[in-house]
Design a protein around this ligand. Structure first.
Ligand SMILES: Cc1ncc(COP(=O)(O)O)c(C=O)c1O
Length: 381
């Protein structure tokens, strides 16, 4: 079920931002904190690594890291991780996707503090070769910490059906142990961790509004995939731990926190979207977050009965409109030019790529205005 912001919340946001011109974006601190607490409860004692791609605002990441139940950052590029580490935000940053950026790898290897704080993702010997080549060209290099990424996709009917991303060539305990042995044989590298993110469970709502049969099919697939992965993930972790000790094993995402945490092999969860609770995360049975991040657009046209046009809102993943967004329905007739409408984006990372600042709302006032990654001039992807 879609969870709209309550009318009383919208009144608070209107009151807090009455002196500002939309388009503008707000983050309701109480709602965000409630979402974070709920995620931490669902994690049942295992720490949550904050997925920065879903937050994209240093001030918000910092506030979440100060809360119980959260530890470390899951970054999305190495230049981002270097920036975050350099700003002192965290000394435990996992880059969740492999990098081929030799300049950034050189900075990592050449900076002892960064190299101690950051772990990069690998899934094949080619990744290791690339890192080693950079290390060979770096004066006084530090060891580079690496994490093995596992393919978690669900394969059925002898390979005719595959559900989930083709994320990594490493799929079996034997694959993972072989890569682990290769890593430990290279003195410039240090095997620190393992990650296995099951996007087909964590990122796919199992209760899509108005589509009960599809929902049932998704739940069936997720049950099967979850059962298969739990066994395989445990075997992979055991096989890799037989080669070298691991500091952490990361899995899961906002949609699977309470499921992934039950696996003994997993030591921490990676999650971020649930903090903002964007539209795509409304359709899960296991939890319901409070809409925390919203944006306001101004009404600029009334083309006819039952339709008004808002300026802006053409956000790629959220798909409401383009340069303008038509708003249809009876409610449109109650809107005048200059009124504002509040919307929620679909995908968590998008909001802070569209707005330079977030107004942090406390009650019916702005507690702080903080720059987003975009506001800081940082467009990593
Ligand atoms: C590696 C990894 N872990 C975890 C997540 C979960 O992030 P979120 O909680 O924002 O959905 C993602 C999202 O794509 C991911 O790529």
């Amino acid at each position: 079920m879609m969870t709209p912001a309550a009318a009383s919340d919208l009144r608070r946001y209107n009151a807090a931002t009455a002196h500002l011109e939309p388009p503008l974006a707000v983050l309701d601190l109480a709602a965000m904190r409630a979402n974070a607490e709920s995620m931490a409860r669902r994690a049942a004692g295992k720490p949550i690594r904050v997925a920065s791609k879903s937050v994209r605002c240093r001030a918000v990441i910092s506030r979440v890291l100060a809360m119980d139940g959260f530890r470390g950052i899951m970054a999305y590029t190495l230049p981002e991780a270097l920036w975050l580490a350099g700003s002192g935000l965290s000394d435990d940053i996992l880059v969740a996707y492999p990098t081929a950026d030799t300049v950034a790898l050189g900075q990592l290897a050449g900076d002892a503090a960064a190299a101690a704080a950051i772990t990069v993702m690998v899934d094949c010997a080619e990744h290791l070769d690339l890192i080693e080549k950079v290390i060979a060209g770096t004066a006084e290099p530090s060891q580079v910490r690496v994490c093995i990424d596992i393919d978690t996709s669900f394969i059925a009917l002898g390979g005719r059906i595959r559900v989930g991303a083709r994320r990594s060539p490493v799929r079996t305990p034997a694959d993972a142990a072989a890569l682990a042995r290769d890593i430990v044989s290279r003195p410039g590298l240090r095997l620190a961790a393992l990650m296995a993110y099951e996007g087909q469970i964590a990122g796919v709502g199992d209760n899509p509004a108005g589509r009960p049969l599809y929902g049932r099919a998704i739940r069936y697939m997720q049950r099967k995939s979850g059962a298969e992965l739990a066994i395989r993930r445990a075997a992979i972790v055991a096989a890799v731990r037989a080669v070298a000790p691991l500091e952490f094993v990361n899995g899961g995402g906002t949609g699977s926190v309470e499921k992934t945490t039950t696996e003994a092999a997993v030591t921490e969860i990676g999650a971020g979207s649930g903090l903002y609770q964007p539209g795509l995360f409304d359709s899960y049975r296991g939890f319901s977050g409070r809409p925390a991040a919203l944006f306001a657009l101004p009404v600029v046209r009334r083309p006819g009965p039952g339709v008004v046009t808002a300026l802006g809102g053409g956000y790629l993943a959220s798909g409401a409109g383009e340069v303008q967004t038509p708003l249809l329905g009876r409610a449109a007739d109650g809107l005048r030019i200059g009124d504002r409408v509040w919307l929620r984006h679909a995908k968590a990372g998008e909001l802070c790529e569209r707005f330079g600042e977030l107004y942090l709302i406390d009650g019916d006032a702005i507690a702080a205005t903080v720059p987003t990654y975009r506001g800081e001039g940082k467009a990593f992807l």
